[in-house]
Design a protein around this ligand. Structure first.
Ligand SMILES: NC(=O)c1ccc[n+]([C@@H]2O[C@H](COP(=O)([O-])OP(=O)(O)OC[C@H]3O[C@@H](n4cnc5c(N)ncnc54)[C@H](O)[C@@H]3O)[C@@H](O)[C@H]2O)c1
Length: 392
C-alpha cells in the first residue's frame, strides 16, 4: 500500500504558519467534534509533579506548562540518566520549574506526593532496543514503578494521573488503522511494559482521573534531543552525510506526533473532566493525517533538503513494527488540544535547531543523543548497574 499524501508544499511552508493546524493533504478530521474541551476546575494554582521530566519529552513539557499554566507549581522528579545530554547552546529546561528533585522513581517516597493535584509519569526505559538490552529494568521502571506511583498518587488525594503509553502496543497491525478497542499485540519488552501498565492502572480503585496517552512515535526538536527516533534520525543523517539509509523496505507504517504536541496532549489529560472519556481512559494520541510509511518520511526530509540521497533496502526483512492508528477518539475528546505541527513543521524545526546547535556537522558525535548508547556507556563505566540504578 502506498501513501498518496503529497509533500509538495513542505519546503514552501511559511515559518509564520509553523504549528498552525494545516495538514499536508488539506485534511480535516472526519469526526464531529465539540468546540471546547471539557476540563476540570482544578484551579489556577494547581500543583503538578512530572516524573521523568529530564528527558526528550519532559524538557519540552516543563517550559510548555510554565507558559500555559503560569501560576501552577511545577515540580520535576528524575534520576537524570540524560541530564547532561543537552543540545549545545540550550539552557537548562528545568529552570522553568519551581523545584527539581533527583531520585529513582522505583524508590520515590510516598510523602513526596502529598498536595499534588496532578502527576505526570514519563519516567521510562524509553524504546525497544533499550528494552531488549535492559529488560528487567524496563519492567521494574516502566510498569511496576508506574503502577506504584499511580497508587500512591491516588492515596495522596491527587486528582489526575497521566501515563505516557505508546502506540507500539499494536505491534504489526495489518489491515487498517487500530482503534483503542482493537486487540493489542506487543512485540517487545518495551511495548509489553506499556500495555501491562495500562491494565494495572485500570484496576486501581480510585476517584482519581487516570489517562493513558498511547502516543504515536515522537519527533521534533527538544533541548534534550533524541536521534534514535525515526524522523529525527533521518534529518540528522541528511544534514551530516547528505544521505538517508532506510533500514527496511520503507513500507512500515509509523504514526508521528511532534514533541510539542505531546506536551499539549499531556496538558489536556492533566485537566480533563471524567465526563470526557471516563474516570480511566486509554486513548490513541496523535492525528489521523499523521500516519506515514517510513519511506515517505525519508522522502519528506529529502524534499526539505534537496541533494540528499535516499537508499531504501528493497531486500530488507519485514520490520517488527508497523501500524496505522485511528486517533478519532482523541479528536472528539480534545478538540482544542489536537496536534498542530505538520510533518513539514517538525522537519523545518529539526533542521533549524540542529543547524544552530552545530549538530549538522558530520564529525559531531551523536552518541549522547542516542539513549541506548548513553545507558551502555554509563553501565560500562560502572556508574549504573545492570538494573539501571546509580552506583557512582
Ligand atoms: N519518544 C517517543 O517516541 C515516545 C512515544 C510514545 C511514548 N513515549 C513515552 O514518553 C515518556 C517520555 O519519553 P522520552 O522520549 O522523554 O524518553 P527519555 O528517555 O528521553 O526520558 C525518560 C526520562 O525518564 C527518566 N527516568 C528513567 N528511569 C527513571 C527512574 N527509575 N527514576 C527516575 N527517572 C527515570 C530518565 O532519566 C529520563 O529523563 C516515556 O514513558 C516513553 O515511553 C515516548
Amino acid at each position: 500500500m502506498t501513501n498518496r499524501r503529497s509533500f509538495g508544499s513542505l519546503s514552501a511552508r511559511n515559518r509564520s504558519q509553523i504549528c498552525e493546524p494545516v495538514y499536508l493533504d488539506g485534511h480535516s478530521s472526519d469526526v464531529a467534534v465539540p468546540q471546547v474541551d471539557i476540563m476540570q476546575p482544578i484551579g489556577v494554582a494547581m500543583k503538578v509533579l512530572i516524573v521523568g521530566n529530564m528527558g526528550y519529552v519532559g524538557s519540552v513539557l516543563g517550559p510548555h506548562l510554565r507558559q500555559s499554566m503560569p501560576h501552577a507549581t511545577l515540580v520535576g522528579f528524575d534520576n537524570a540518566y540524560f541530564g547532561q545530554a543537552l543540545v549545545p547552546g540550550s539552557t537548562l529546561p528545568e529552570r522553568f520549574l519551581d523545584r527539581q528533585i533527583f531520585g529513582d522513581a522505583r524508590d520515590l517516597h510516598p510523602g513526596l506526593l502529598s498536595g499534588f493535584d496532578v502527576v505526570v509519569e514519563l519516567a521510562a526505559v524509553s524504546n525497544d532496543p533499550m528494552g531488549n538490552k535492559f529488560e528487567s529494568a524496563t519492567l521494574s521502571i516502566n510498569r511496576d514503578a508506574s503502577q506504584r506511583l499511580a497508587r500512591l498518587a491516588a492515596e495522596a488525594g491527587c486528582k489526575s494521573f497521566v501515563f505516557a503509553s505508546s502506540c507500539s502496543v499494536y505491534g504489526i497491525a495489518e489491515g487498517g488503522a487500530r482503534t483503542e478497542q482493537d486487540p493489542t499485540a506487543p512485540e517487545t519488552a518495551y511495548a509489553r511494559s506499556k500495555v501491562e501498565t495500562e491494565d494495572l492502572l485500570a484496576q486501581i480503585d480510585t476517584d482519581m482521573t487516570i489517562t493513558a496517552l498511547r502516543f504515536a512515535t515522537a519527533c521534533g526538536y527538544s533541548p534534550r534531543l533524541r536521534l534514535d527516533l525515526v524522523l529525527n534520525d533521518f534529518v540528522a543523517s541528511a544534514l551530516r552525510h547528505d544521505e538517508i539509509t532506510v533500514l527496511s523496505d520503507g513500507s512500515p507504517w509509523r504514526p508521528l506526533i511532534d514533541v510539542s504536541d505531546m506536551a499539549r496532549a499531556i496538558e489536556w489529560a492533566a485537566s480533563r473532566s471524567p465526563e470526557q472519556g471516563g474516570r480511566t481512559l486509554v486513548v490513541n494520541t496523535g492525528h489521523n493525517a499523521n500516519n506515514f510509511q517510513v519511506r515517505d518520511l525519508a522522502m519528506a526530509v529529502k524534499e526539505a533538503l534537496p541533494g540528499v540521497t535516499v537508499s531504501i533496502n528493497t531486500e530488507a526483512p519485514v520490520d517488527s513494527r508497523s501500524y496505522q492508528v485511528d486517533f478519532s477518539t482523541f479528536a472528539r475528546l480534545a478538540p482544542q488540544h489536537q496536534p498542530l505541527c505538520t510533518l513539514g513543521d517538525s522537519i523545518e524545526q529539526l533542521i533549524a535547531g540542529m543547524r544552530s546547535a552545530g549538530l549538522d556537522q558530520a564529525e559531531t558525535p551523536s552518541s549522547p543523543l542516542i539513549r541506548l548508547h548513553e545507558l551502555q556507556r554509563l553501565t560500562s563505566t560502572g556508574q549504573l548497574s545492570s538494573e539501571l540504578e546509580w552506583i557512582a
